[in-house]
Unconditional design. Structure first.
Length: 349
């Protein structure tokens, strides 16, 4: 249940409500909005009577959350969540672009790609060091050496870093290098991993599973939130359908659906969503027009020789062109985006 406190509820009144809920066995998550405090009570005794809470001083109303996910729902938190990472805000007015190679392959490849995407206006470097490949014979990533390359390139370019963690044993290592921990589509329902990431205090980019409904995806986010990690970014990356022309079917309708159901920011991955380089820019433009809070795009300095996902990786010049188009689209729907290519602002390489 959600307990909405009155605007002028005192701290003592809030603490009394929390104490009662804890006494009933609930886990209480507090959300302090601009106007009032909202308490989300999850778990607990089913027979607890909400009317007893309603009678307590300072309580405005008690709402039963009918959705199976509670903390991820808008009923619990009506305002949008903004994930703050240093000077970066995901879920605010600005559309955040994350870009980089599918995998870190060499220092030269990571550096050249990072410099190119930064110049074009990306603020987060993407790149995998642990790769979830469909075949055990495909390139599996460079591990810690890859993370080192990605971190130094991100630092040199003044970027944040998002990188995938595939297993609970890798969390500590990846968290040492990355600013955002990516949970890949194949791991969306790895509940052991989700529980462990719920205990960390690093933002998590949670990709939608290849055959997951939006409700299942939000329930996976709930695992992270219930563990106490509030910094969750959802990522729509396409789902498996009967269509075989594209690698996946990018569900852009998930953007308005998620924005109605949840307060969490949502970014879109048009690279895995389409699997084809020539389809990435149209879908990226559409995602921004549909209200995505950001994009995550694969770019490679030499995609034809990429060790993974070359066919869907943009050349730096394509990415540059796409960013110029996004600078027209974002303001048309009241959003901002990194306005000028970095070199022109004089911070670039
Ligand atoms: C990736 O981002 O490179 C990746 C493997 O993504 P997904 O988990 O969406 O397939
Ligand atoms: Mn990839």
């Amino acid at each position: 249940m959600v307990v909405v406190m009155e605007e002028r509820a005192s701290e003592d009144q809030i603490q009394r409500v929390i104490a009662q809920l804890v006494d009933w066995g609930f886990d209480v998550h507090r959300s302090t909005g601009a106007l009032r405090t909202v308490l989300g009570a999850v778990g607990g005794a089913q027979q607890s009577d909400p009317r007893l809470i309603e009678l307590l001083d300072g309580v405005q109303e008690v709402v039963r959350i009918t959705e199976p996910y509670k903390l991820a729902s808008r009923t619990f938190k009506p305002e949008n969540t903004v994930v703050v990472i240093g000077d970066l805000r995901v879920g605010g007015d600005e559309v955040i672009v994350m870009a980089g190679p599918c995998s870190a392959e060499s220092e030269a490849q990571v550096e050249a790609t990072a410099a190119a995407v930064r110049r074009a206006g990306a603020k987060v470097l993407r790149g995998g060091a642990f790769k979830p490949r469909s075949s055990p014979y495909s390139f599996q990533g460079l591990g810690e050496a890859g993370l080192q390359m990605l971190r130094s390139a991100a630092d040199r370019q003044g970027m944040k870093l998002v990188s995938e963690v595939m297993d609970i044993n890798q969390i500590e290592l990846v968290a040492r290098y990355a600013d955002i921990l990516q949970v890949g589509a194949r791991n969306m329902q790895n509940f052991t991993l989700l529980r462990e990431l719920g205990r960390t205090r690093k933002p998590v980019l949670l990709k939608r599973g290849i055959s997951a409904t939006i409700e299942e995806w939000l329930l996976s986010a709930e695992y992270l939130l219930a563990g106490g990690n509030a910094d969750i970014i959802l990522c729509e990356r396409g789902i498996r359908t009967f269509e075989s022309y594209t690698r996946n079917t990018l569900d852009l309708c998930a953007i308005p659906v998620v924005q109605k159901l949840s307060h969490l920011p949502i970014v879109v991955d048009p690279s895995h969503g389409t699997g084809r380089r020539d389809k990435v820019a149209p879908m990226a433009r559409a995602a921004v027009a549909a209200g995505a809070d950001g994009l995550i795009i694969e770019v490679h300095c030499d995609p034809d020789h990429a060790k993974s996902d070359g066919a869907q990786s943009l050349f730096p010049t394509d990415f540059d062109h796409l960013m110029a188009e996004l600078r027209i689209i974002a303001p048309a729907i009241g959003r901002s985006i990194c306005l000028e290519p970095v070199a022109r602002r004089g911070w670039g390489v």
